[in-house]
Design a protein around this ligand. Structure first.
Ligand code: ZN
Length: 388
C-alpha cells in the first residue's frame, strides 16, 4: 500500500493509505466470508437448483474487490503460500523482470476464494488484483479472449480488433497486421513460450511464427505446468504464457458450480501453486518473475454454457498481479483512472474496467517495452501495479 504510486501530497497519500487499509480490511474480511458461503452453497444447490440458488458472480465481485485484505494477516493458518508470497512481494521491482501469465479457462470470479483457490487468494492478498475484471465485450469464449490477452485488441476486426471471432481449431488466423506481445518481445530480442491445454492455441504459432517457443499443447494440465516450470528453469524467457483448461472442461461436462467443476478449480489452483512454489524456491526466479493470473470467461451456474456475453457470470473474471515490487491492493483503488464497472459490462468507449485484454500491455510495460502496435486496451500502459 505504501508503495502505491500517487501524485498527491504525502499527507493526503498517507491519509488515503490509512483509510484504504481500514476499508480493505473490512471489505476483504466480508468478501472471503461471502465467497466461502457461495462456494459452500454451490455444492449443496447443485442437485436442486440450476439458477436462483447457485453462486452468483454478481454477488461475489462488484463492490467487494476481493484484493482487499491488507498485508500482515497472511500467516494465520493460510493454506496457500502465506509468508513466502509476502516476502517475495516485498522485494524491489526487478532490474531484469520476467513475466508469467496464467489464464484459467472458465474461472469466473464467484469461484475464487480462500477455500476454493487458496493459492490465487494468496496472490490477491499479497498482490494487486480485482475480482471485478472484464472479458472482451463482444465474446465470452476462449480463443477470442485469449487472443485479446496477447494482442491488447478488441475482437471485431472492422473496428481495429484482432479478428478472431471463432472458438475452434481452424486454418484461419488473426486479422492481417495484428501484432502481439510475442512479436514485440521477439523484435526487442527477447524470448517467449506458450503452454496451452487446448489444440486451438496452435493458431498463435501461425499468427506470429518464430516469435515463441511452442505453443506446447497438452491436455494433461499438471504435466503441462511441469513442462512450463522446466522451461522457466532452463531458459531466460521474458514471457511464459500458461493456459489451464481444466475448469472449462469440467464446466462443459458437468456444469459451472458442480462438484466436478469445483474440483477442477481446486486442481487448477494446485497447479498454480506448483508453478508459484517453483518460482519461490528458485533464488533467481523469485527475484525476477512477476505473475499475472486471469481468466478468459466465467460460466453460468447450473449450466454447461458461457456463450451469453450479456451475463455477468460470464464476463466477470479475476485479474491479479503478484511478484517482486508489485503493490498490494485493489487494482481500481491503485488505478483511479480505471472504471470499476459495478455489475455492468461497459463498451469500449470511455473509461475502461480492468480487462483480460490489458494483459498484453501490462506485460510490455513490466518488461520495459512500448505498447503492442495497433493495440487499444491499455495502449497508454497506465495500468499500474507497482511503485515505479
Ligand atoms: Zn468453454
Amino acid at each position: 500500500m505504501a508503495t502505491a504510486p500517487t501524485p498527491k501530497p504525502s499527507t493526503t497519500a498517507a491519509t488515503f493509505a490509512v483509510v484504504a487499509v481500514i476499508a480493505a480490511l473490512v471489505a476483504g474480511g466480508l468478501w472471503w466470508v461471502r465467497n466461502d458461503d457461495d462456494s459452500a452453497s454451490a455444492g449443496a444447490d447443485e442437485a436442486s437448483s440450476g439458477s436462483a440458488g447457485g453462486p452468483s458472480a454478481t454477488d461475489g465481485a462488484p463492490d467487494d474487490d476481493g484484493s482487499g485484505e491488507g498485508r500482515g494477516d497472511g500467516s494465520d493458518g493460510d493454506p496457500g503460500l502465506g509468508e513466502t508470497a509476502e516476502d517475495i512481494a516485498s522485494q524491489g521491482f526487478p532490474d531484469d523482470p520476467r513475466v508469467v501469465v496464467v489464464s484459467v479457462d472458465g474461472l469466473g470470479s464467484a469461484w475464487v476464494s480462500k477455500q476454493t483457490t487458496p493459492t490465487i487468494a494468496d496472490l490477491f492478498l499479497h498482490g494487486a488484483g480485482t475480482l471485478n475484471a472484464r472479458t472482451e465485450v463482444e465474446k465470452t469464449v476462449t480463443l477470442p479472449n485469449h487472443t485479446g490477452m496477447v494482442t491488447g485488441r478488441r475482437v471485431v476486426a472492422a473496428l481495429g480488433g484482432h479478428g478472431v471471432t471463432w472458438n475452434h481449431t481452424s486454418t484461419r488466423s488473426v486479422a492481417p497486421g495484428t501484432e502481439s506481445v510475442f512479436s514485440v518481445i521477439d523484435a526487442a530480442g527477447g524470448s517467449s513460450a506458450v503452454y496451452a491445454g487446448k489444440e486451438k492455441f496452435e493458431m498463435w504459432g501461425r499468427a506470429w511464427p518464430d516469435t515463441m517457443h511452442g505453443p506446447e499443447i497438452m491436455t494433461n494440465q499438471t504435466a503441462l505446468v511441469v513442462m512450463a516450470i522446466d522451461d522457466l528453469h532452463q531458459h531466460d524467457r521474458d514471457l511464459t504464457f500458461v493456459h489451464l483448461a481444466g475448469p472449462d472442461s469440467a464446466g462443459h461436462e458437468f456444469g459451472w458450480g458442480s462438484a466436478q467443476y469445483n474440483d477442477a478449480v481446486t486442481e487448477a489452483d494446485a497447479d498454480i501453486d506448483r508453478l508459484i512454489t517453483a518460482i519461490a524456491d528458485d533464488e533467481e526466479l523469485s527475484e525476477e518473475v512477476v505473475v499475472i493470473v486471469t481468466a478468459d470467461h466465467g460460466g453460468v451456474p447450473g449450466t454447461t454454457r458461457h456463450l451469453d456475453r450479456t451475463r455477468s457470470e460470464n464476463y466477470t473474471i479475476p485479474f491479479v498481479v503478484w511478484g517482486p515490487g508489485v503493490s498490494t491492493g485493489d487494482l481500481y483503488a491503485l488505478n483511479p483512472d480505471y472504471r470499476d464497472p459495478g455489475q455492468e459490462q461497459p463498451g469500449y468507449r470511455g473509461p475502461q474496467p480492468v480487462r483480460n485484454g490489458d494483459v498484453a500491455n501490462l506485460v510490455t510495460d513490466l518488461l520495459g517495452l512500448g505498447p503492442v502496435p495497433g493495440s487499444e486496451l491499455d495502449a497508454e500502459q497506465d495500468l499500474d501495479v507497482d511503485g515505479r
